[in-house]
Design a protein around this ligand. Structure first.
Ligand code: GLC
Length: 753
């Protein structure tokens, strides 16, 4: 049994099963049964009465329609993936989908971003075709993962990994709030974001969509993002529904290639991959999207233990579960666990999928109707799914108003305040990894040598999921792309025109071509050898200061190239304001504050994370120095040192599970400018019944220090936050010595029950 259910939960499960088995017959008919929430598995929605009244007269066809999600292409003029331009809806296809099939959801754009006016026309036309209440409005979903990227007026913010370099939950919340604002202005109320996958495999093509390799960082930033999207009332005209994705274990494919098998034992799942989703559920996320891959041999779309046992009964999630793209079909064609589509439909719906992102036809709708008529899928299961779908639609206020709100409600679109937030987020994305000889900031009047493709291309700064899925369209991903780095640097510095002057600073920009999902699969994490050789050649012919700028989806192995440079700067796709933020940094307008939210490997077969095990530090001479990344998790500096003058533990002996570890950290900003510093508090077990990690991040905080300012920062860490998943898969803390580490300070302390 993969996920143990404690006795209390088991009793609750039995009661729940009875309730759900009985309720639909009784509840639907009368529409007035108040279900009793089952312990650990809350059942009733605050809209319960209205949901049940709406469902009572629903036919099987209507219920199955609600569980169907179609791609916008499928109701647009032209062929799927080859729509006519300019985009417009096909009234016949729309009528079939909404009036005949009564489809519950539509997603995506028709291959590229649209302006607000066109989005609002689409949403209004969809609801017009549906006709007046009490028809059930379509729930429209979109990927708006770094700003409202598919809205041309949507500012492109840093990608999640770049935002994570700030280690600042409040910043992430504000960016999410701005994203929700513009997304809802377009009429779309559902965002397939945040990615809560913990990035433990740097080869994976979607590392840039995550908040990095540490579960605490992903948990805090992911929960802040959900708060930014949904606020306290997701029905608000500036709010959208969040999506916890991709549940579960998607981000550690064994081969590093997207949607290939992940082998993650339960202890690791619970220790590393589950906490962000658990927190996201507690944060009230309305929806969840399933991992397209397989986990320990079972495709998650067909795994009832994960989608019902763990997600529903143990974690108590009550929102809607949507499949990922075409993943019911892939149970047949790719995973090969289903004989045919009908069988795949049965497997997925019975495992716990409430809505299928089909997304280009009615196979799912037909198959599920047949399965319901034959009784292979009980009507109670359809009712459960539809109940959740309607709960989301009510929670978003769609049942009272589905049309877009007036544009007068959105005065901040393209406003200075949103642009300031975009600039701040872009600045916080930049990580200064080396500044040998304090070559940065550059001296005013410097004459720069510039090298690199991204000097003129906008693509790498924004990444995928920008104005198109992959983010490299020569038309759409150049729209409103803003000035190039070359132009912006040319405004701040003189640009050396010939190679004769080799004494000025050499700025080499090495950028990874944007890609996501399968198109982003790599066979080699190294930066392409031709790029390495070109950069080496530039360095050989240059005697002045050398600055390497890395703009990447994931940490590409440098094979020692960085050692040729005096300064190394990195951003994981800082968004459309990233170019200006870099120029401002090079000019010294602000001191960089980003820190790496992941480990940057030095060698292709040493892809370790910072919280590795002691055996992974053991080197051939039996020392403990085998862990030598190119750059460490949490690494990053400003122009001037921020000194950790003192770190103090208030107590070195803690007793009981309610104890609190208290630290005081005394900081000193030695610079003449304000500098922001992120303090990371790591704790490691000296001995534990499960092999302890070298250390684990247990708290962090980003603080702004004025010029020359000294400040003491307190940390209060409940000892229950120091627990780990023990031998019996339950969280445990064991008596003995632990070690708190802040920068170079190591502070032992003891805990006893
Ligand atoms: C994709 C992605 C998922 C995205 C969905 C809709 O396949 O895996 O993250 O939200 O399809 O675009």
């Amino acid at each position: 049994m993969l996920f143990s259910i404690s006795a209390i939960r088991l009793r609750g499960v039995v009661l729940y099963t009875l309730l759900m088995g009985v309720l639909p017959m009784v509840g639907w008919a009368q529409g007035n049964v108040q279900p009793r929430p089952v312990p650990g598995y809350p059942l009733a929605s605050p809209y319960d009465q209205r949901i049940r009244a709406l469902m009572a007269p629903m036919s099987l066809e209507q219920k199955v329609g609600q569980m169907t999600q179609l791609n916008l292409d499928a109701v647009s003029v032209g062929a799927v993936y080859q729509l006519q331009e300019p985009h417009r809806l096909d009234s016949a296809k729309l009528h079939e989908a909404l009036r005949v099939r009564q489809v519950g959801s539509i997603l995506n754009c028709g291959g590229h971003a649209y302006d607000l006016q066109h989005w609002r026309e689409i949403i209004s036309e969809v609801h017009a075709v549906q006709g007046p209440a009490p028809s059930i409005p379509v729930l429209y979903g979109i990927d708006a993962i770094h700003g409202a990227n598919y809205v041309l007026e949507g500012l492109l913010f840093p990608q999640p990994l770049a935002q994570a370099a700030s280690f600042d939950a409040e910043l992430v919340r504000r960016v999410a709030e701005a994203t929700a604002y513009t997304t809802r202005a377009s009429g779309v109320p559902w965002n397939f974001s945040p990615v809560l996958d913990v990035a433990r495999q740097p080869l994976w093509s979607r590392v840039f969509e995550t908040y990095g390799e540490d579960p605490l960082v992903v948990t805090r930033l992911g929960s802040a993002c959900i708060q930014g999207y949904q606020g306290s009332n997701p029905a608000g005209m500036h709010r959208v529904a969040a999506t916890l994705k991709h549940f579960l274990g998607y981000s550690m494919p064994w081969t590093g290639k997207d949607r290939t098998p992940a082998y993650i034992p339960e202890r690791l799942l619970r220790e590393i991959f589950l906490p962000p989703f658990k927190a996201g559920i507690e944060a009230g996320a309305l929806t969840l999207m399933v991992n397209s891959g397989e986990l320990n041999g079972i495709p998650v779309h067909a795994d009832a233990q994960i989608l019902t046992g763990l997600l529903r009964k143990e974690l108590g999630f009550q929102g809607l579960v949507v499949s990922d793209w075409e993943d019911i079909l892939k149970l047949v064609t790719v995973h090969r666990v289903a004989e045919d589509y009908r069988d795949a439909t049965r497997m997925a719906v019975m495992a716990g999928v409430d809505m299928a992102m089909v997304p280009n036809d009615y196979r799912f709708t037909d198959a599920l109707l047949d399965l319901a008529r034959s009784g292979e899928v009980p009507v109670s299961r359809l009712d459960e799914a539809v109940y959740r779908i309607l709960h989301v639609k009510f929670s978003l206020g769609l049942m009272d108003r589905a049309e877009p709100y007036s544009m007068s409600e959105y005065p901040l679109i393209l406003s200075d305040s949103l642009r300031l937030l975009q600039r701040e987020a872009a600045r916080r994305s930049w990580v200064l990894l080396r500044n040998r000889g304090a070559v940065l900031p550059l001296k005013a009047g410097s004459s720069l040598h510039l090298q690199g493709q991204a000097l003129d291309d906008p693509y790498a700064w924004n990444g995928s999921w920008s104005r198109t899925w992959q983010g490299v369209d020569t038309l759409w991903d150049r729209k409103n792309a803003g000035p190039s780095l070359r132009d912006v640097l040319g405004n701040r510095f003189s640009l050396a025109s010939t190679s004769s002057d080799t004494k000025g600073p050499l700025v080499v920009v090495l950028a990874e071509k944007p890609s996501t999902e399968k198109p982003g699969d790599l066979g080699d994490l190294s930066i392409p050898s031709e790029d390495i050789e070109t950069a080496r050649r530039w360095c050989r012919t240059h005697s002045g200061p050398k600055i390497l700028v890395l703009v990447q989806n994931r940490p590409r192995i440098l094979n020692g190239l960085d050692t040729l440079f005096d300064a190394v700067l990195l951003a994981n796709q800082p968004g459309a304001a990233g170019v200006q933020a870099l120029a401002d940094l090079l000019a010294g307008d602000y001191s960089p504050s980003g820190k790496l939210p992941y480990t940057y490997p030095a060698q292709p077969h040493s892809l370790l994370t910072y919280d590795h095990k002691w055996t992974e530090r053991l080197d051939p001479s039996f020392g403990m120095e085998a862990f030598r990344p190119a750059f460490a998790f949490g690494e990053g500096q400003g122009f001037w040192p921020v000194r950790y003058e003192k770190v103090r533990l208030i107590d070195t002996l803690l007793r009981g599970m309610d104890a609190v570890l208290r630290l005081e950290v005394s900081l000193h900003n030695t610079g003449p400018q304000s500098q922001r510093e992120t303090v990371l508090v790591m704790v490691g077990d000296s001995v534990a019944s499960v092999t302890p990690s070298f250390r684990r991040l247990r708290d962090f905080r980003s603080v702004e220090l004025g010029p020359g300012e000294r400040r003491q920062v307190q940390f209060l860490i409940p000892v229950r936050d120091l627990r780990f998943v023990g031998k019996d898969m339950e969280y445990v803390l064991e008596k003995g010595w632990l070690n708190a580490t802040v920068q170079s300070f190591n502070l032992p302390f003891r805990w006893e029950p």
